[in-house]
Design a protein around this ligand. Structure first.
Ligand code: TXA
Ligand code: MG
Length: 326
């Protein structure tokens, strides 16, 4: 049996996903950011299976996905006003709020912390699935720990085909990079992960955030491990294309945006010719994945401007290169 959601009419695929989730199995789901590997968040054993599949250390908590803000609030013990404001402004959307959880959320979900990450994803199939299931879904990105996040059903299929019974195919992810993660375990709230909603936008609404300290506190959000989103081919950040001599270009790929003279590179990936950060974010993981599949020895990367979504994309480029986050 072909397992991808696309092989089943979508209503049947949702019904099938519900049946599997109720049995404690893991299925892949689409979101607007990246695909997730989902399990019933209230079933510890199912969540343990998730960790196992991803080869993820149990100290790294997973996000709880709900179908609306009030669904989230039912699992939260204490909701600070600024968190409520962000929730009502951005959900459904690419924002994760780390909030004090009620006991109904098992400890394995939050890696033993009293605070769990919550979000309402903006994808009609997944929202329908969660609502019909009537239970929240624990879902990390559908890649092995530390590897490139998947932005299409095909990318999930390549990594987990033999290991999961169903991939709900919701098409390519329109946003393309993960949610911004903000922790209300800190005052002022701590920006745990740069993501699809730019830092400045959030600060305009709730005031200055605490920014992650360089090289420290990786235990706060292990997505902040210095090497993450890693292709198997080494990535090197360069400041201009002209610094790479032609003999080195022959066996190398380049990821950049705009217009550059890319003569001589074996594979070239342009994140956005028009220099749109939204387009660059949507293309980023897919292009990194394609480079990783090419027969090249090295990937050279140019950083984007450090503003808006550029901050989040750059952080992912730096992590792919194995350099510590800002
Ligand atoms: O866009 C997204 O957020 C995607 C889609 C599938 O929703 N999910 C995702 O999950 O990126 P994951 O597990 O790959 O990354 C979640 C990040 C990790 O860095 C994790 O450490 C952090 O959020 N996180 C989750 N719960 C947390 C908590 N209770 N405290 C601190 N950090 C938390
Ligand atoms: Mg991830």
């Amino acid at each position: 049996m072909k397992n991808q959601g696309s092989a089943l009419p979508i209503e049947n695929a949702i019904e099938k996903a519900i049946e599997l989730l109720q049995k404690g199995e893991v299925v892949a789901i689409p979101t607007e950011t990246v695909y997730g590997l989902a399990a019933d968040a209230l079933n510890s054993e199912a969540v343990a299976r998730l960790f196992e599949l991803k080869k993820r250390p149990k100290i790294d908590p997973v996000i709880v996905h709900c179908y609306c803000a009030s669904h989230v609030f039912g699992f939260v013990r204490n909701l600070p006003e600024p968190a409520r404001l962000l929730a009502t402004t951005y959900w459904p959307g690419p924002l994760t709020l780390v909030l004090e959880k009620k006991e109904s959320i098992p400890d394995i979900v939050s890696a033993g912390l009293p605070f769990a990450g919550f979000r309402v994803p903006k994808h009609p199939l997944t929202l329908k699935l969660i609502e019909k299931l009537g239970r929240p879904l624990a879902a990390p990105s559908a890649n092995r720990f530390g590897k490139i996040s998947p932005t299409s059903a095909q990318a999930v299929f390549e990594e987990f085909n033999h290991l999961i019974p169903l991939i709900l195919d919701g098409g390519p992810c329109p946003v393309g990079i993960e949610s911004t993660v903000i922790s209300f375990a800190h005052d002022p709230p701590l920006l745990l992960r740069y993501g699809a909603i730019p830092r400045e936008e959030i600060e305009k609404r709730i005031g200055p955030l605490t920014l992650p300290a360089p090289k420290t506190a990786w235990n706060l959000a292990p997505g902040r491990f210095p090497k993450h989103y890693a292709p198997s081919i080494p990535v090197e950040i360069i400041s201009s294309v002209s610094e790479i001599p032609y003999w080195k270009r022959k066996n190398a790929g380049l990821i950049f945006w705009g217009t550059e003279d890319t003569t001589g590179f074996k594979v070239v990936k342009n994140l956005s010719k028009e220099k749109s950060l939204i387009e660059a974010a949507a293309n980023f993981f897919q292009m990194l994945r394609e480079l990783d599949k090419s027969s090249i020895e090295k990937i050279y990367a140019l950083l984007l401007p450090e503003e808006g979504l550029g901050e989040a994309i750059n952080e992912r480029i730096k992590k792919a290169a194995g350099s510590p986050s800002p």
